[in-house]
Design a protein around this ligand. Structure first.
Ligand SMILES: [Zn+2]
Length: 394
């Protein structure tokens, strides 16, 4: 980048006055923003507020990857797009909106799916990536491309009333695979069992992503790298848990991942997997016909000493935060691999945070011939309310 290109015109000096008078940004920070190149993977629920704020802040080059078209059901949360944009390419709609927000920025669009073939080529052109994807295939791909190229990956995800955010793939911080080493087995629908999402929630998390991106570019403050921010909008609780780089991580630890792989078989139906923002509505199938057990019923069984397998399908960090004694941790992502080691004759109770993932896991067990399966209604969250308040809520 040449020196002249970060000079600010009188119009820009006027526009960014509130940054220029902020000691931590100032002229130097504003020039850094102008020189910066940020790639937004997904112009959906998370990508929308992130892109709007990054454009408004004066980030000089924004790349937007999305292969989708705007649908009416997107507008509840994807605020880059308007009613008049329905049926347009999201990249076209995003470009128009961002130029309207700030004509001084340059917007490059990629109207295609990020794949193993093009990801390195695209990501290489940028200083950092804002991951606004809603599917595992693109999330692993984005992570691996960022680790291979040494680009920070500003990550967030949302489901229902909850979200999480962090910064992956910094020089010494953890990456997505440090948390979730391997994708779920191909064809497994389990990992896609998510419900709806409160429209404002990706707005909140996407804005946090924009904040982290601006901090990284300008060098302000302390980044979220090494910490996972957990947001519970229903209770309006924010907390962070420490994350560490895993020396055994196949991406940033052992570095055995040296090239990209397309993981598109994850959710069974690849065509429904979009790189745009928020969660899918695949949960309906999973919720049907799975017997539930209430926390009090389960507590009674455990108190009686009934013989049962209690399986916790949450992630290891969630298990650290709160657990039910006697429950065995089998995270949903690798659950299918562990099923052959289970006894189909025994009673099985599956639990998770709120009961969505456990319903999917219980249904999977039923499909594998398990007859005495139930899902803990309301998950460990309701257990804490109704059985043991000593189990922390998160
Ligand atoms: Zn890693």
């Amino acid at each position: 980048m040449s020196l002249e290109s970060d000079a600010l015109s009188p119009a820009e000096l006027q526009r960014y006055a509130r940054h220029l008078s902020l000691p931590d940004v100032g002229l130097d920070g504003q020039r850094r923003l102008k020189r910066a190149r940020i790639l937004l993977v997904g112009a959906g629920g998370l990508g929308s507020p992130a892109a709007l704020y990054l454009a408004a802040a004066g980030v000089g080059h924004l790349g937007v990857v999305d292969f989708d078209v705007v649908a009416a059901s997107n507008l509840q949360r994807q605020i880059l797009h308007g009613t008049g944009d329905i049926a347009r390419r999201k990249t076209d709609s995003a470009r128009d909106r961002l130029y309207d927000v700030n004509p001084h920025v340059r917007v490059e669009t990629y109207d295609e799916r990020l794949t193993a073939r093009n990801a390195l080529e695209v990501v290489r052109e940028y200083d950092l990536v804002v991951d606004g994807t809603d599917n595992f295939a693109t999330r692993y791909l984005t992570n691996d491309a960022c680790v291979l190229l040494g680009r920070p990956n500003v990550y967030a995800s949302v489901s229902r009333f909850e979200g999480q955010a962090t910064v992956f793939a910094t020089a010494d911080g953890p990456c997505y695979r440090c948390l979730y080493p391997e994708p779920p087995p191909p064809g497994s629908v389990l990992s896609c069992a998510e419900g709806g999402v409160l429209g404002v929630l990706p707005g909140l998390l996407g804005t946090i992503q924009a904040t982290e991106a601006i901090k990284l570019i300008t060098g302000i403050g302390e980044s979220l790298a090494g910490r996972l921010l957990l947001v519970d909008a229903a209770r309006m609780h924010f907390r962070t848990v420490q994350l560490r780089r895993d020396p055994a991580c196949p991406a940033c630890g052992t570095r055995e991942i040296t090239e990209l792989v397309d993981y598109d078989a994850f959710c069974g139906d690849v065509s429904s997997a979009s790189s745009s923002g928020a969660a899918h509505d695949d949960a309906d199938d999973a919720d049907d016909g799975v017997p539930e057990i209430t926390p009090r019923e389960l507590a009674a069984k455990l108190a009686r000493g009934d013989s049962l397998d209690l399986l916790d399908v949450r992630e290891p960090y969630e298990h650290q935060l709160a657990r039910i004694p006697g429950a065995r941790l089998l995270p949903l992502g690798t659950f299918a691999l562990a099923v052959p080691s289970l006894d189909p004759a025994r009673e099985v109770v599956v639990l998770c945070h709120h009961g969505v993932r456990s319903a999917a896991a219980a249904e999977y067990l039923q499909s594998r011939g398990f007859r005495r399966v139930s899902s803990l209604a309301g998950g460990i969250n309701r257990w804490s309310d109704e059985v043991d308040p000593g189990v922390p809520k998160y």
